[in-house]
Design a protein around this ligand. Structure first.
Ligand code: PEP
Ligand code: MN
Length: 349
């Protein structure tokens, strides 16, 4: 249930309600908005009579959350969440673009691409050091060495770093280098991993599972939120359907659906969503037009020789052109997108 406090409720009144709910076995999550405090009570005594709370001093109303996910719902938190990754704010007016190679491969590759991306207006560098590959014979990533390369390229180019964590044992290591931890599609329902990420305070990028419904995806977010980590960004990356002309079917309808159901930001990954380089830009444009809070795009300085996902990776020049197009689309729906790219370092047009 959600307890909405009156605007003028005192701190003592809030504390009294919290104590009462805890006594009844509820886990209480507090959200203090600009206008009022809202308490989300999860679990607890099923037969608890909520009217007991309704009549207490300082309470405006008690609302039952009917959705199976509670803390991720708009009922619990009507205003949108803005997730801060360092000084980058995801979920505000600005559309945030993350870009980079599928995998870190070499110092030269990572450095070249990071400089190009920063010049074009990306805010986060993406890149995997631990790769979830469908085949055990495919390139599995450079591990810690890859994280080091990615982090130093990100720092040199004033970018934040997002990188994937595949298992509990990697969290500490990846969080030492990355500003944001990516949970890949194949791990969306690795509930033990999600629980552990709930204990960290590093923002999490939670990709949608290959065949997950939006409800299942929001329940996965709930695992992280209920552990106390409120910095969760959702990422639509395409789902598996009967269609075979594209790698996945990018479900852009997830953007407005999630925005209605949840306060969490949602970004779109058109690269994995469609899997074909020439179709990445149209899907990226559509995602921004649909209201996505950001994009994550694979870009490689030499995609034809990439060790993973080359066919869906953009050349830096294509990324540049896409950013210029997004700068026209975003304002049309009241958003901005890195209006003044930082001066370019070492990448011609
Ligand atoms: C990736 O981002 O490179 C990746 C493996 O993504 P997904 O988990 O969406 O397949
Ligand atoms: Mn990839």
């Amino acid at each position: 249930m959600v307890v909405v406090m009156e605007q003028r409720a005192s701190e003592d009144e809030v504390q009294h309600i919290i104590a009462t709910l805890v006594e009844q076995g509820f886990d209480v999550h507090r959200s203090t908005g600009a206008l009022r405090t809202v308490l989300g009570a999860v679990g607890g005594n099923r037969s608890f009579d909520e009217r007991l709370i309704n009549v207490m001093d300082g309470v405006q109303e008690v609302v039952r959350i009917t959705e199976p996910y509670k803390l991720a719902s708009r009922t619990f938190k009507p205003e949108r969440t803005v997730v801060a990754v360092g000084d980058v704010r995801i979920g505000g007016d600005e559309v945030i673009v993350m870009a980079g190679p599928c995998s870190a491969e070499s110092e030269e590759q990572v450095e070249t691409v990071a400089a190009a991306l920063a010049g074009a207006g990306a805010k986060l560098l993406r890149g995997g050091a631990f790769k979830p590959r469908s085949s055990p014979y495919s390139f599995q990533g450079l591990g810690e060495e890859g994280l080091k390369l990615l982090r130093s390229a990100a720092d040199r180019n004033n970018l934040k770093l997002v990188s994937e964590v595949m298992e509990i044992g990697q969290i500490e290591l990846v969080a030492r280098y990355a500003h944001m931890l990516q949970v890949g599609a194949r791990n969306m329902q690795n509930f033990n991993l999600l629980r552990e990420l709930g204990k960290t305070r590093t923002p999490v990028l939670l990709k949608r599972g290959i065949s997950a419904t939006i409800e299942e995806w929001l329940l996965s977010a709930e695992y992280i939120l209920s552990g106390g980590n409120t910095d969760v960004v959702l990422c639509e990356r395409g789902i598996r359907t009967f269609e075979r002309y594209t790698r996945n079917t990018l479900d852009i309808s997830a953007v407005p659906v999630v925005h209605k159901l949840s306060h969490l930001p949602i970004i779109v990954d058109p690269s994995h969503g469609i899997g074909l380089r020439d179709k990445v830009a149209p899907m990226a444009r559509a995602a921004v037009a649909a209201g996505a809070d950001g994009l994550i795009i694979e870009v490689h300085p030499d995609p034809d020789h990439a060790l993973s996902d080359g066919a869906q990776s953009l050349f830096p020049g294509q990324f540049d052109r896409l950013m210029a197009e997004l700068r026209i689309i975003a304002p049309a729906i009241g958003r901005s997108i890195c209006v003044e790219p930082v001066p370019r370092r070492g990448w011609g047009a």
